[in-house]
Design a protein around this ligand. Structure first.
Ligand code: TYD
Length: 213
């Protein structure tokens, strides 16, 4: 028997944010499976690199061979990747009524280029707002972890991972400040808990969101 995928009037847009090694990839895969089991059509995607052009931008941004970039150049490249991502992937899926799960979005720019690189938050916000035509997620899940723990979970470092712990501490605080500012649109989860516990906390919040949709 084939069950037809059910769709939602305006789709649902959920973003996962957090520092390095916070377990976003695992949790996105688990949430996608949970929502697919509810017969929803789920698109999983990521930034940077969720489009063909985005993959070239991603390579530029993350390759240690790129060397130092002006923080403004870095912010513009992430914003360009995001503009294409929204136009080519996210907005079309949402207008189809699909669920979109994105590994990172605007808050990564606010946390890394704003809090981390110390560009003015308002400037970074304005840039992303323009790039996305003001598309805001329905829910942002912040997987919170001390960078000392997160960074010890993997080996090797790309251009941003190689930055100081001070930088990553500012990034972490950047995410927590954004969440504290708008608790109704955020779920902050302690990512040092077991993957099963993290998964069930996220599912509980998603069930609430689906009930409202
Ligand atoms: P990625 O390999 O996707 O890392 P992760 O698995 O941690 O998501 O690399 C993305 C890197 O780009 C990560 O260090 C965060 C950084 N980033 C920004 O600095 N600004 C942004 O706007 C985005 C989307 C990512």
């Amino acid at each position: 028997m084939t069950t037809e995928a059910s769709s939602l009037p305006t789709g649902i847009f959920v973003v996962f944010e957090g520092g390095e090694g916070s377990g976003k990839t695992t949790q996105i895969a688990r949430l996608a499976a949970f929502m697919r089991a509810k017969n929803l059509t789920v698109v999983t995607t990521r930034e940077p690199g969720g489009t063909v052009v985005g993959q070239s931008i991603r390579a530029l941004l993350l390759d240690p061979a790129t060397g130092e970039l002006s923080p403004r150049t870095e912010a513009l490249l992430y914003a360009a990747d995001r503009a294409e991502h929204v136009a080519a992937v996210i907005a079309p899926a949402l207008s189809n009524g699909d669920v979109v799960l994105s590994d990172r979005y605007i808050d990564s720019s606010l946390a890394y280029q704003g809090a981390g690189r110390e560009l003015k938050l308002d400037d970074v916000a304005l840039l992303s707002q323009w790039a996305t035509d003001s598309l805001v997620p329905d829910l942002t899940v912040v997987l919170d972890i001390d960078p000392r723990v997160g960074m010890s979970r993997f080996e090797g470092a790309d251009r941003l991972e190689a930055l100081s712990l001070d930088f990553h501490d500012r990034v972490r605080q950047g995410f927590l400040d954004l969440a504290a500012h708008e608790p109704s649109r955020y779920l902050v989860v302690d990512a040092t808990q077991s993957p099963d516990v993290v998964e069930s906390l996220i599912q509980a919040r998603i069930v609430e969101l689906l009930d409202q949709a």
